[in-house]
Design a binder for this molecule. Sequence first.
Ligand code: PLP
Length: 352
Amino acid sequence: MLDSPLHPDTTAVVAGRPPHVADQPLNVPVHLASTYVAGGELEYGRFANPSWTAFEEALGALEGGRAVSFASGMAAIAAVLSLVPGGARIVAPRHSYTGTIGQLDDLVARGLAVVEYVDIADADAVAAASVDAAMVWIESPTNPALELADIPAIAVAARAAGAIVVVDNTFATPLLQRPLEQGADIVVHSATKYIAGHSDVLMGAVVTATPEHAAAITARRTLHGATPSPLEAFLALRGLRTLPVRLDRAQSTARELVRRLTDHPALKEVRYPGFGAIISIVIRGGADAADAIGGRTDLWVHATSLGGVESTFERRRRWPAEAPTIPEGLVRLSVGLEHVDDLYDDLASALG
Ligand code: PLP
């Protein structure tokens, strides 16, 4: 099922299942195997695993491409970045996830790439930077600034320049944004976040528009061994089954929180891209006032990462690698599935 004709809510439930045959389990079980009897298609545990395949079928159907699973979002990003030739120019958002910037800076430091950081919300600037680029990396919304890229416009310009267009779709998920339909070549995910959705799995995925890119990405996974565990693939697929309901609920709670938080006297700014369940608030008192929230909440958990059923928050500049253009007092909120009134009361009392 490459591109499902069904509604995404249905696809999330039915894709990647064994056939409806007597005595088949409804779910592909956890296949714990390092090797298989020779002569078939699987051969060795680093090459293939049926638990990965089930997850890949479901995610691929939702994104409209071929999915390849990885040990983490960072492993997926590394595999995609390794597609560009040595010395290539890569265009990337200046506010990408810090790990993405870390990998790009590492390529630059080792003389393997030249990176131009851009304001990804400025499509004209990105198009101008794309000339002679081998890859244009998009993150939209960006983490944690929540800027939005005009993916179709950037894709047209970047492809005309011969660049591979990549979108990190972690924040939006395929339910809110389908970059391959908008002209991108490759999508990457930290499946650790919304897709797995329960803060108990570390996994990544690459979804490609063409079989050639899928083969190249699979070859990288086999070569570098950045494979997910079968149990985590099973759990990520189980999480993906409920992604539509989780995201729907988290998004409606996020919208209501944005409405209530806007004009809150403790806040300088409330950033929300209009969809999804991540909100960035900028605390008037700066870093100290933002850090103080950490000890004052009961429901909201102070933790890095996002996209789980439990609401979490983090002052992003606590990480030295975060871009200096992110305000010191910016706190990223990941809205979970608790009741909106409880979440608002807990946060408002911490802010107060
Ligand atoms: N992409 C984005 C947007 C992220 O927020 C993260 C992690 O926070 C990653 C990629 C990396 O994913 P992982 O932590 O699963 O390696």
